[in-house]
Design a binder for this molecule. Structure first.
Ligand code: LLP
Length: 504
């Protein structure tokens, strides 16, 4: 097991609070902002700023207009920001890998956020699309994406999904287990088809992220282990067994290897290490089985900024670091570099979107914590206020704080305020005390019911993980471009919810 540096949401990446006005209840990394009205650019989409009236606006559209047209809660997405980040990834990786394998195929990970409009933008920007279910394939088909530019993932693909992939003549099916390999081969053979297959391997690189989103260590459901199997007579790893089996099936065309080491990763070391391990394995099986594996997919997982103290690297830095490793490893192994592909989701869509909420109930609680400083009360328990600011959504539109202890930030969006900063907790309206949207944030102390709050960085895995808990209707998603907004996903209505209830 190789240790990587700590990543986002961990104390190591967060600065100590600097201001003396900091609440002892605040986490160490949370500084009191010098200006509560200012936007910290890295967490926002391009084109989001305060207008002359002090209101938050996107491409010149004030949030009050968005609320009036579409209501709250609302996911507000910048189409140009999404497209720019998609292009930036493609351009950065193409440039870095140009001399190695003629560029990189970038598959946008649809699981982070997918709808027909987004699938169409992805194709228009020259990216491909990574799907992981029949439903995602249906969206891709609706957007008119050529099957050759699609991949299908998943550790438990149904026969229907495999058949659908073959019907759509998919560019690649990423096979996750020996069991599935056999099933894919059988189904393809039964249809007189050939399935284009990549094998997902677990290189044993464990990105130090939240344990539920680290996916390349051994003891988990995804992928074929590269570790030697001591119970196998020949001592072959599951990965090698799969290569041997895949090459033996007439109905399977083995394109290459795949890995994905986790998500919200800031440093390139883990990607580089995984690339080295897969290239070493690729060289060995190419020689042993006299085959050529033309493709290597290094997955997604590139981190973004959620709070002012998260500092992800530009795509170009990561691309260059990974390219350097692939170049030197291929030279060392004496192999022609395979065509590289990657699967970023969060890094393309995450920062393109903010969620707009309306403030409702407010309450302040008092919590004991040791007093700071050197005064009479130093070290003694003193009561400190924490303000609970309730909004009209919550864990049904953003499950990430509950699931992963994810940190977000929030800003008063409908106006500016000169009031003092107050340590606040933005909470939802669900019947759960863990229903937290932003655990710790300084908001102006005059925040009141009817104000609008904006939470940036909600493009990835928020709408995608949304639910109808407590019979809340899922919010819509608007895309803003050149100053006008259009719904790309309609918000649900009560009628939508009741439609599926078959009645008494
Ligand atoms: N490729 C594969 C095979 C994946 O499993 C994933 C994400 C990606 C690419 C895209 O990863 P990204 O670039 O978006 O980090 N719900 C969690 C993240 C789960 C990631 C699942 N797989 C979260 O909200 O943090």
């Amino acid at each position: 097991m190789i240790s990587l540096p700590e990543i986002s949401n961990s104390a190591a990446f967060k600065n100590p609070a600097s201001s003396s006005a900091a609440s002892p209840l605040a986490p160490e990394w949370l500084a009191v902002p010098s200006d509560l009205n200012a936007l910290h650019a890295p967490v926002w989409a391009g084109g989001v700023e305060r207008n002359a009236g002090g209101e938050l606006a996107i491409d010149g559209l004030p949030v009050s207009d968005l609320k009036e047209q579409f209501g709250t809660p609302l996911f507000v997405m910048s189409e140009s920001d999404f497209r720019a980040r998609a292009r930036a990834f493609k351009d950065a990786f193409d440039a870095a890998f140009a001399d190695i394998c003629g560029g990189v195929d970038v598959y946008y990970a649809g699981k982070s956020f997918l709808c027909t409009a987004v699938a169409a933008w992805v194709a228009e920007e020259g990216l491909r699309l990574d799907t992981c279910s029949g439903g995602e394939l249906a969206v891709a088909a609706r957007a008119g994406i050529d099957g050759a530019n699609l991949s299908l993932h998943g550790n438990n693909k149904s026969d229907a999904e495999i058949n659908r992939a073959l019907d759509m003549n998919l560019g690649r099916i990423v096979v996750d287990s020996l069991d599935e390999l056999e099933r894919v081969a059988k189904i393809a053979s039964g249809r007189g088809d050939t399935a284009k297959v990549m094998l997902r391997l677990t290189p044993g690189v464990h990105a130090h992220t939240h344990e539920f989103i680290a996916t390349a260590h051994e003891d988990q459901k995804f992928g074929l282990s590269m570790a030697e199997d001591t119970t196998d007579e020949a001592g072959l790893s599951a990965a090698e067994e799969a290569v041997a089996a895949a090459t033996s099936y007439d109905s399977v065309e083995l394109l290459g290897l795949h890995c994905h080491i986790g998500s919200q990763i800031f440093e390139p070391d883990g990607f580089a290490l995984a690339a080295q391990k897969l290239l070493t394995f690729l060289a060995a099986v190419q020689a042993k089985y006299s085959i050529t594996l033309p493709e290597l997919d290094l997955g997604g997982g590139y981190g973004i900024a959620y709070t002012p103290v998260d500092t992800p690297r530009p795509a170009a830095d990561i691309a260059q670091a990974m390219a350097a490793v692939v170049r030197s490893k291929c030279a060392e192994l004496g192999i022609t570099a395979p065509r590289i592909s990657i699967e970023p989701g969060r890094a393309i869509v995450g920062s393109s979107t903010f969620t707009l909420y309306e403030v409702g109930t407010l309450k302040t609680v008092r919590v004991d914590a040791p007093a700071a400083g050197a005064g009479e009360t130093a070290g003694k328990n003193v009561t400190h206020p924490r303000r609970y600011v309730s909004v009209d959504g919550g864990m049904s539109d953003n499950a990430r704080p509950v699931l992963y202890d994810a940190d977000y930030s929030a800003i008063l969006a409908s106006r500016t305020s000169a009031a003092a900063p107050q340590l606040s907790r933005v909470v939802g309206k669900h019947c759960e005390s863990g229903d937290i949207v932003v655990r710790d944030v300084y908001l102006p102390e005059d925040v009141a019911a009817g104000d609008l709050l904006a939470v940036p960085g909600t493009g990835a895995y928020c709408w995608a993980l949304s639910s109808n808990y407590n019979y809340l209707a899922r919010p819509g998603v608007v895309a803003v471009r050149d100053g006008s907004a259009r719904l790309i996903v309609r918000g649900e209505t009560e009628e939508d919810l009741l439609n599926r209830d078959m009645g008494a």
